[in-house]
Design a protein around this ligand. Sequence first.
Ligand code: AMO
Length: 425
Amino acid sequence: MISRVMSAELAEHAGQRVTIAGWVHRRRHLKSLSFLVIRDRTGFAQAVTATGPPASDLPPEESVVRVTGTVTAGAQAPGGFELVSPEIEVLSEPFAPPPFDLYRPVVTATLPTILDHAPAALRHPLLKAPLEISAASVAGFRETLDRLGFTEVHTPKIVASATESGANVFGIDYFGRPAYLAQSPQFYKQAMVGVFERVYEVGPVFRAEPHDTVRHLAQYTSLDAELGFVRDHRDVMTVLREAVAGMLESVRRRAAPAVELLGAALPEVPAEIPAVHFTEAQRLTGEDEPDLSPAQERWLSEWALREHGSEFLFVTGYPMSKRPFYTHPDPARPGYSNGFDLLFRGLELVTGGQRLHRYADYLEALAARGEGAGPYEGYLQAFRYGMPPHGGFALGLERWTARLTGAANIRQTTAFPRDLHRLSP
Ligand code: AMO
């Protein structure tokens, strides 16, 4: 490693001559003083030259430099300490200026410009912050499920059949055979319940979404969990509540500066998240469509906040006709399922539920939908050999981060979004 002190540690080295390294965030010249602000992974540090070159002679913004100087208290410096009498070594000179000024406290570029120039643009603290919150959320998800006895699994993303409905699946040529990009690890996470009882996966999933919306991507990160020996979907909802609470706790602990920079208001997770049955949700919103519209989801979220003081709301018991064939019916209400969604701040964040677990039930469910078992043979193997009652859920990471940070567009919450139009960078 290049030997260096991190910017956040300068105070521990007061009076010493140390070396820091990072990117030139900003050059400035004030009277006879020139300032160089260096950005590293822990924050910012400032170097001051009293008699040195004017700002225009300092290495330009986004140069990668090593700066050796004496750590001295400086009231205006980030963290209260700065480097004086610096020697500057340039490790890499930028070939071109960044697409917009990365040092300005506000982002002056439009979203398309940001996305077109993501490798540089994401260095801006405001654009990096959602990614820090996203990373902290995943760490909290893993931590919580590890604690609850789950095993992390990694399942194939090249698969032989669609899981969530044929319509929005990407087809690929797999050595001359048709194959698909996985829309969800659904079948594999269920199979792995037969191996580990409790599993989770953090991975990419692919949806050929034909619509350009602020909440859909063609590739997103799915936080999936699946667990055996449940009584019904309510046990899954309890685990999901724990996972969400753990994600928030981790964001508070690991990403506090990003939360503060964005002014993000983090929600409280109620000890028990309020739940309404699908039919009750329809009654409340005064509509009886077979699915909930985005407008109904927004209305229900406002209702939950008003009536229950909760930014989260479970909607349970979706109609069987609106759920995939693996969904377990509600034994007490014909036509309705043991499937649920979790709404968060007006948006569907999670889908989950109890699954069928008997082989014969799968054959019957497929037949009822006019489908043969053929394409699902690989999947159905798990159920030939004994599976416990089980269920699980999938949480869309980018939607979560968007709702936490107040990002209007899901594209602001992932480094290199893929959508109808965007394949590069
Ligand atoms: P579903 O298809 O509802 O369920 O997806 C689960 C969650 O993933 C997110 N999501 C998306 N995020 C960004 N862009 C998209 N195009 C997109 N589509 C979905 C949402 C959604 O709630 N196998 C089931 C889950 C399960 O039952 O375990 C499934 O995939 O946040």
